[in-house]
Structure formats: structure tokens, C-alpha cells
Design a protein around this ligand. Structure first.
Ligand SMILES: C[S@@+](CC[C@H](N)C(=O)[O-])C[C@H]1O[C@@H](n2cnc3c(N)ncnc32)[C@H](O)[C@@H]1O
Length: 254
């Protein structure tokens, strides 16, 4: 039987790797990599450093495939994502069937945690459902960007007994004000915090969390919004890519 690990490698700092992840890495024969283009080259580099350091079998192979084209301005977001997942599933299926021999161990290394805003598990499920290649799957959790954000700012993610909503920049505008007590926003290419009109909200913002380039800014949203937007623009220009996450928190509970 083939064994496929989906390993969360943490969201930026190689020291985020758990002992469980290191143990799984040590026995790998094949690492599957999806090339996501120039912006993500820095992330691919970190993955390769992790492999070189922790995989015991120095004859391990890296099998790389290009990420399929994705419609970035579709008429229907869900349909476009489903079509993109189908293309990815075909690529993953071929990689697992052709590149991982019976009895070998392979892995997809997932940024942060595989269970948070990542499609790898859904795609691997699709591959399993094709029944063209059989394999066992084991998921290894990782430190998410949300944990790195809270730790970076030295704050608890939730207030006592209160819920936390995790959403995307795209969906922030749809979040009813009554639910907007504590909201973590990810995948925001557009500074969606600008749409928040409530002046009684604090922001805890972080970019490149866990890396040597980490940037943290916090304070009242209406006072910090311009600064964050400017810092974000500049950093993105400098590095060629940016990943940022933030927590919006009602400054006082009514
Ligand atoms: C596709 S999701 C992947 C999330 C990842 N699985 C995790 O556990 O954090 C990508 C989003 O995660 C957030 N993110 C990931 N790594 C980050 C980092 N090092 N610093 C800031 N935000 C990060 C950003 O909001 C980015 O748009």
C-alpha cells in the first residue's frame, strides 16, 4: 500500500514544525510539490530547506507539477473553484499513481495547517474517489497563520467565553455587525478592513508571520488603516508577494 502524508509545516517559521511532522518527514521517499509561480518561490524554498534538513532518506525525490490555470475573475466563484479543483485532482492522481510506488511514503507539504483554507484534503479525497490508485492518508496538523498572528501580538484569540469568526476578505462585507465581535480575516488581497465603518474596532494585523520579514501593526482600526495599507503596498512591492492576516476586535463589549 502507498502511504500519503498531508503534512502541515506551519505558516512561516521552520521552527513551527511539530515533532509529529518531523517524524513523518524522516521516512519519506517522495515529496510532491505544486509550483504556484514566482510569488510563491520563497515559500517553495522554505519547503525545500525543510526537506533537506528532516528527510532521512537522502535519495528522496521531489516531484513537481505546475498549478493549473485558475479563472481569477469568474462569473461564479464556486463553479470556478470546483473546475480548478478538478484540474488539480487530475494532476495529483497522476503524480500519486506514477511517482509513488507500492510500499513507498509520499507527502504534500502544506503551508500552515492543511485543515484551514487549503484545498489539498478535498483534492486528495477526489483522487481517492477516482479509485484508480489506492493509498492510505495521514494528516499531520501544523501551526496556522492565525496562531502565529495571536502569538506575534501576544493576545488571546478569543475573549472569555466568546466565539471567533474566521472569514475571508471577500466575505467580510457580508458579516452582520452583530457577529463582528472578533473576526479573523484571511485571503484578503484588497484591504477589506476599509469597509468596516464601526469606529470602535481594534485591528491586530500581521504579514509574513513567523518569517524574518514579519510585520505587526495593531491599534484602533480607524487610526491604523492608512498605515497598514501603505506598509502593505510597500512590502508587497519589495518582496513581490505578501501574505497577511488580521483580527478585528470590538474595542469594548456593549
Ligand atoms: C490559502 S490560505 C492558507 C492558510 C494556511 N493553511 C494556514 O494554516 O494559515 C492563505 C492565507 O493564509 C494567511 N497566511 C498564511 N501564511 C501567512 C503568514 N505567514 N503571514 C500572514 N498571513 C498568512 C493569509 O491570509 C493568506 O492569504
Amino acid at each position: 500500500m502507498r502511504k500519503l502524508f498531508i503534512i502541515g509545516i506551519g505558516a512561516g517559521n521552520p521552527d513551527f514544525l511539530t515533532l509529529q511532522a518531523i517524524k513523518a518527514l524522516s521516512g519519506l521517499d517522495v515529496v510532491f510539490l505544486i509550483d504556484k509561480g514566482r510569488e510563491k518561490a520563497a515559500l517553495a524554498k522554505l519547503r525545500m530547506e525543510i526537506c533537506a534538513r528532516y528527510i532521512d532518506n537522502k535519495a528522496y525525490r521531489v516531484v513537481e507539477a505546475a498549478d493549473p490555470e485558475r479563472d481569477r475573475s469568474p462569473a461564479c466563484y464556486e463553479t470556478a473553484v470546483t473546475a480548478w479543483h478538478a484540474k488539480r485532482a487530475a494532476i495529483y492522481e497522476r503524480m500519486i499513481r506514477e511517482e509513488l510506488a507500492d510500499g513507498q511514503q509520499g507527502a504534500f507539504l502544506v503551508w500552515g495547517d492543511p485543515c484551514l483554507y487549503d484545498s489539498t484534503l478535498r483534492i486528495v479525497d477526489r483522487v481517492a474517489a477516482m479509485s484508480t490508485v489506492s493509498f492510505d492518508v495521514e494528516v499531520i496538523p501544523g501551526i496556522t497563520s492565525i496562531q502565529a498572528l495571536a502569538a506575534g501580538h501576544g493576545i488571546p484569540l478569543n475573549r472569555i467565553g466568546e466565539p471567533v469568526l474566521i472569514t475571508t476578505g471577500r466575505r467580510l462585507a457580508e458579516t452582520p455587525a452583530r457577529d463582528a465581535g472578533d473576526v479573523v480575516v484571511m485571503l484578503d488581497g484588497d484591504c477589506a478592513f476599509r469597509q468596516v465603518e464601526d469606529r470602535n474596532v481594534d485591528i491586530f494585523w500581521g504579514a509574513y508571520l513567523g518569517t524574518a520579514d514579519e510585520i505587526l501593526i495593531s491599534g484602533p482600526l480607524h487610526q491604523r488603516a492608512d498605515e497598514i495599507e501603505a506598509v502593505r503596498r510597500e512590502a508587497r512591492q519589495k518582496h513581490g508577494w505578501i501574505m497577511d492576516t488580521y483580527l478585528l476586535r470590538k474595542a469594548t463589549v456593549s
